[in-house]
Design a protein around this ligand. Structure first.
Ligand code: AKB
Length: 341
């Protein structure tokens, strides 16, 4: 018998680390198998059952996973983030789209073998939106899932398309088969705002100015923001991001009226973030040297998103507003982190 497991791809990223820690603390979870091209940091390894160093584009590796495990749930976190993706759009497409379709196919085959749907949990992003100009961005109310989905980055295009792939695999896969089978992929997607973790720095994102500002201040280093002080997008503290993934993963299917849900916590300008950071680190040196390219990307992302569908369908409620995120989680945790290194 193949052991029943949870698979996490891209497990060595900031979301992966948080998710692994939370799953480890939960009772009655299947063993966790992680897959990451960079392996898994040593301090995380005791928290998982199996670490596989490998590429989601390696079909032989996915075949091996297929034959060795009964995969109950997939958290497909592996992705190239927005800034990195702009420099390598075809690689971004391969990793972000081909990688996702490989995993969806794996989920579909797994479901067929075990006669039961496989949950596929997918983090999407506010990068799927594309505000046409700053006036519109300032004036529109918080965006629901289907408004202004006209991304200007390859990463945003990749994420939006993968949302559609998830819908296709869940609702329409094999629609022309003579003997339609029950669909096997149970795709569930959260659209995240910019995430801020006290423990890890993201690599290659465009919302990274917020975590970078904070980590630089905690390390006593000066920071130059690559966006203007008035730049505003929604953010979320990492514990809430993990909570969102796990709550959606465990929500009863019949309560879910859509496959893609916005989630958000608070919206702040870069200047407001700097203000919070300077309250905790009065010597922090933060100034602004906006780079036009990355600034343009942030300007196309919405000021606020509407997460009322998630609140209604699966009881989503963030635990950290801006005040709590900075003064109860980010700052104390980060102070401790840099004190002990
Ligand atoms: C990025 O900046 O690429 C990500 C995102 C907003 O999805 N943090």
């Amino acid at each position: 018998m193949r052991p029943k497991v949870i698979l996490i791809t891209g497990a060595n990223g900031e979301v992966g680390h948080g998710l692994i820690q939370r799953l480890h603390a939960m009772k009655d979870q299947p063993p966790v198998v992680v897959l990451d091209i960079r392996g898994l940091d040593e301090h995380m390894q005791p928290l998982v059952d199996t670490t596989i160093v490998g590429d989601i584009l390696d079909e032989n590796l996915l075949d091996t996973l297929m034959s060795e495990y009964e995969i109950d749930m997939i958290f497909h976190l592996a992705a190239l983030l927005s800034t990195h993706s702009e420099f390598r759009p075809t690689s971004a497409h391969r990793v972000n789209v081909q990688g996702t379709i490989n995993l969806l196919q794996l989920a579909e085959e797994q479901a067929r073998w075990r006669g039961k749907a496989v949950k596929f949990i997918f983090p999407s992003s506010i990068a799927v939106y594309g505000m046409p100009d700053l006036d519109t961005k300032a004036q529109v109310p918080p965006l629901t899932e289907n408004e202004y989905t006209m991304p200007t980055t390859i990463y945003g295009c990749n994420k939006l398309y993968c949302e559609h792939l998830g819908r296709y695999y869940t609702r329409h896969y094999r629609q022309l088969a003579t003997t339609p089978e029950p669909f096997g992929v149970d795709f569930r997607c959260v659209r995240f705002p910019g995430l801020i973790s006290a423990l890890t720095l993201p690599t290659g994102g465009t919302s990274d100015y917020a975590p970078e500002m904070l980590h630089a201040a905690a390390k006593g280093e000066p920071y130059q923001s690559f966006v203007r002080p008035d730049s505003v997008i929604p953010f979320m503290a990492m514990p809430d991001a993990i909570k969102a993934l796990l709550t959606l993963a465990h929500a009863p299917r019949e309560q879910l009226t859509q496959l893609v849900y916005n989630v958000t916590s608070f919206s702040l300008t870069a200047e407001e973030i700097a203000g919070m950071v300077q309250q905790a680190f009065p010597n922090a040196q933060i100034d602004y040297a906006p780079t036009p390219g990355r600034q343009n990307i942030v300007d196309t992302w919405p000021r606020e998103i509407d997460d009322s569908a998630a609140r209604r369908d699966w009881g989503w409620l963030p635990e950290y507003d801006a005040e709590r995120a900075f003064f109860r989680y980010l700052i104390p945790t980060i102070q401790q982190r840099y004190r002990s290194t």
